[in-house]
Design a protein around this ligand. Structure first.
Ligand code: SAH
Length: 396
């Protein structure tokens, strides 16, 4: 049977020729042939010129994700080449061979496989699908992963926060191979962390901040530190150990994360790190009423903007949060502030600090403007893949 053809509206095809992988329903003019979720389609311009092949999820706003810009099928050989290319990058440049290594092996759009994230935690993989259409084609991808990167076990998850937007109820998680008996221990910058693959957020741990944690630590010597949205203590432990911070307070609203963070601090014999399960906004408010101030503050909130419509309110949210945070910073203190919203670009996030400087009447100097490490690459054809912005700034 011929592969169904999807026509793009006049003058709307440019981003797709430029290899942006997301075709929203509003760009589509016509559909020739019957399609169901997960089907392969050929996408053509209004003039009938071939653009790319992708997988369709009918009825959804993000209608098609594009994968192949030559007019050949999305078959086993194609997926194999795509996965091999992703693994090759990590083998060459990201030191895959050490025990306890934790890193991203496949980074969705950034590796040309929109909707598939694979994180490696030692001998285990967590495979996270964010695309329903790709999820329906998962067997071939999982078989290939096991063939190309044999591990003891692989946990396959569908991103719960994405499920509604992809039009499905969250399917159950499944293990291929062995299931680990409990949390997995990984090493990050020489520190031991336990990761709960099943109950942890996202794939269990936030690997993308690995190098930023070390960068932030360089500013922490003899300073008291506040780690906002600390999750399982990634920044806190790096600041205490590598940064020689005098003391660290980590805050997160998830009780499970705080429990894990406390264990992680104990596993690394750290006595000067304390964690609190609390809402960050309330904590900032109550600390303001005390005379407790900090020499360095980390601010790493969850994503504020999911799409273009959220941008303005997200920017306001970042201004309010950072404004409240710097009220607790000593003069000359260091603010390490992050945004993981892909739809907010670096310039806009930097402008947030401009606004905060004005409102607080304090000078702010950016010392470093950081992103993510090479196992989380940026695809230039998809600017949203530069999602993580981490600014290290001195506040006067
Ligand atoms: N800094 C962490 C990652 C943070 S992810 C690291 O380095 O690993 C965002 C975190 O914010 C999650 O752990 C989530 O539980 C927490 N969170 C979300 N809303 C919150 C709130 N209002 N107050 C405190 N924590 C919150």
């Amino acid at each position: 049977m011929a592969t169904p053809v999807i026509g793009i509206l006049p003058r709307r095809a440019r981003p797709f020729f430029a290899r942006h992988p997301w075709v929203f329903a509003g760009s589509v003019a016509r559909l020739d042939g019957e399609v169901k979720a997960g089907d392969e389609v050929r996408v053509v311009s209004a003039e009938g010129k071939f653009i790319a092949r992708g997988l369709i999820n009918p009825g959804m706003n993000l209608l098609i994700r594009l994968y192949r810009w030559v007019d050949e099928p999305l078959d086993r050989e194609f997926w194999k080449a795509s996965l091999k290319s992703a693994l090759e990058l990590r083998r060459q440049f990201c030191h895959l061979d050490q025990p306890g290594t934790a890193q991203r092996l496949v980074s969705s759009e950034a590796d040309g496989i929109s909707g598939l994230t694979v994180d490696r935690y030692g001998d285990w993989l967590v495979v996270l699908f964010t695309s329903h259409a790709l999820w329906l084609n998962r067997k071939i991808l999982l078989d290939l992963l096991m063939e190309l990167f044999p591990v003891r076990g692989m946990l396959v998850r569908f991103d719960a926060s994405q499920a509604g937007r992809e039009g499905i109820a969250t399917p159950p998680e499944e293990f291929c191979g062995l299931a680990p008996a409990g949390p997995i221990e990984i090493l990050e910058n020489g520190l031991r962390f336990e990761v709960d693959l099943q109950a942890g957020q996202k794939t269990g741990y936030f690997l993308d901040q690995r190098s930023n944690r070390l960068s932030a630590a360089r500013y922490a010597a003899n300073r008291s530190a506040l780690d906002l949205f600390c999750y399982t203590g990634g920044f806190s432990l790096n600041l205490a150990t590598h940064g020689k911070a005098s003391q660290v307070l980590g805050v997160d609203s998830s009780a499970a994360a705080i429990e894990r963070a406390t264990r992680n601090a104990q596993m690394n014999q750290l006595q000067n790190v304390e964690f609190q399960a609390a809402d960050v906004f309330r904590t900032l408010e109550s600390l303001r009423g005390t005379d407790r101030r900090f020499g360095i503050i980390i601010c790493d909130p969850p994503k504020f903007a999911r799409n273009q419509r959220d941008i303005d309110s997200a920017l306001n949210g970042y201004v309010r949060l950072n404004r409240a945070a710097i009220d607790l910073l000593e003069p000359g203190g260091i603010l390490v502030t992050c945004s993981c919203s892909g739809t907010i670009d670096r310039a806009s996030f930097q402008a947030v600090l401009g606004e905060v400087a004005t409102l607080s009447e304090r000078s702010i100097q950016i010392l470093e403007s950081l992103g993510h490490p090479p196992d989380h690459p940026v695809a230039v054809s998809c600017p949203e893949t530069e999602y993580l912005k981490c600014l290290i700034a001195r506040v006067g």
